[in-house]
Ligand binder design. Structure first.
Ligand code: ASP
Ligand code: MG
Length: 439
């Protein structure tokens, strides 16, 4: 059994749903995870936001437009009147009614319940469509098996214990369909796995049922070796190991959510990235194998909106405990650090610009001299860079010879070299690396 996950654009219109239905009905007895139709979760966030600000009219108007959109899509999905069309509309209407009920009261803690309706609507539409095509599909309610604990960590054992009997109870089912992203929390209330969390749902279910493979379907043919928005002639990477995929997913390759790598990796379940528009293309396979054929550098990604902070102190010279003191400041603001470079008298770190830099800098200034560089970008070169393989880092650095580099990090893992450059040099750096390393 496999787990197949389809993102928002893959189910973004009636026609797309019909395409995906054809795809999944020809691929055997699997679990299928769907995101909300593209744009829906953003609209639901907007509705919750209006309510939070006390603008119930704004919420109502946005919801009415959403309802009209779904009416149009259902008409597209079922051109003729049928019991399936009726049931799809009733399912979607029930979700809309839940949201509408909050627009008539003062806003309480309904945000998560509102956000959960997107995946419920896309799955009920797909469910009725598959039924109308004569497919024996079972709709599983993710709220009955997906749960996070007090620390917001998903509970795989609970998931396993709940979903296994649901599958066994239906020996004749051809497809099990369920919602990505949504879950319950430790208090039993409706919650979610954070934006983009449907990939994580797929990975968790894959781990829980020991799936043969997790397929993540999008509309690009795998993880590319550079960012196709900025570099021409990129191509999909055939194979990555999980460490390489994690680096790429974290550093900007938006195709796979970074949190989804861990459950698959730990449970040794291969992940395949596939394209709904080109279902026969090989895509990218990610697993625990080290690559014997394609050694060396495989891909390049960039992460925007980075701030670099240089922390210098004469007291750092020959002293111990200085780095701990620096890191303690970041930890106390719950702020993750991406890159680190040290010298005998100073240390530079990077973080994402949305964090509370001002407070952090003020605290660091109590014991050091601090310089901040805004508008930076991390360029991340990923591959099998085990240190005995000589020459790879030299090649990457040589490619960057005309670009001012603020920081370099290498050796933290066997899988990446990171360069910090100004955002104005990002496109130039991506292209220089591609030219030098791949062309
Ligand atoms: N619908 C959710 C989102 O837009 C989850 C997902 O698509 O993965 O973030
Ligand atoms: Mg996604």
């Amino acid at each position: 059994m496999k787990v197949l996950k389809f993102g928002g654009t893959s189910v973004g219109s009636a026609q797309r749903i019909i395409n995906v239905a054809g795809l999944i009905s020809s691929r055997g007895r699997n679990v299928v995870v769907l995101s909300a139709m593209s744009g829906t979760t953003n609209t639901l966030v907007e509705i919750a936001d209006y309510l939070m600000r006390g603008n119930n009219d704004g919420a109502k108007e946005t919801l009415n437009n959403l309802e009209k959109k779904y009416a149009r899509e259902i008409n597209g999905l079922f051109p003729d009147d049928s019991s399936f069309k009726q049931a799809a509309w009733e399912g979607v209407s029930a979700c809309i009614s839940i949201i509408r009920s909050f627009t008539n009261t003062s806003f309480t803690t309904a945000e998560k319940t509102i956000l959960a309706q997107g995946e419920r609507m896309s799955t009920v539409m797909m469910y009725q469509y598959l039924l109308s095509q004569g497919i024996n599909v079972v709709l599983l309610d993710a709220l009955e098996f997906m749960r996070i604990d007090r620390d917001n960590s998903p509970e795989i054992q609970y998931l396993h214990d709940r979903i296994t009997p649901m599958i066994e109870r239906n020996p004749d089912a051809q497809i099990f369909l369920t919602q990505g992203y949504i879950c319950r929390n430790a208090k039993g209330a409706i919650d979610n796995l954070q934006r983009g969390g449907s990939d994580l749902t797929a990975s968790l279910i894959g781990a829980a049922i020991e799936a043969d493979e997790i397929e993540i379907w999008t509309d690009i043919d795998g993880m590319h070796n550079n960012d196709p928005r900025f570099v021409s002639n990129t191509r999909p990477v055939n194979h990555l190991n999980f460490e390489e995929a994690a680096e790429l997913a974290y550093f900007g390759a938006k195709i796979l959510h970074p949190s989804c790598v861990l459950p698959a990796k730990l449970n040794n379940i291969p992940v395949r990235l596939l394209n709904t528009m080109q279902p026969d293309a090989p895509g990218t396979l990610i697993d625990n194998r080290l690559d014997l054929n394609t050694k060396g550098i495989k891909a390049i990604a960039a992460k925007d909106d980075i701030v670099a902070i240089r922390i210098k102190s004469g007291r750092m010279l020959l002293a111990y405990g200085f780095l701990q003191r620096v890191f303690q400041v970041f930890a106390s603001h719950k702020t993750p650090i991406d890159m680190v470079a040290t010298s005998e008298v100073g240390v530079s770190v990077t973080l994402e610009s949305r964090h509370n830099i001002t407070e952090i800098v003020n605290e660091l200034k109590k014991f050091s001299t601090v310089t901040v560089d805004n508008d930076m970008v991390i360029i991340c070169v990923v591959g099998d860079l085990e240190w005995h393989n000589s020459g790879l880092e030299a090649k990457a650095i040589d490619a960057m010879r005309d670009i001012p580099v603020r920081m370099i990090s290498y050796g933290g893992s066997d899988y990446n070299i990171s360069f910090l450059v100004s955002k104005d040099d990002k496109v130039k750096a991506l292209n220089a690396l591609s030219d030098h390393l791949f062309n």
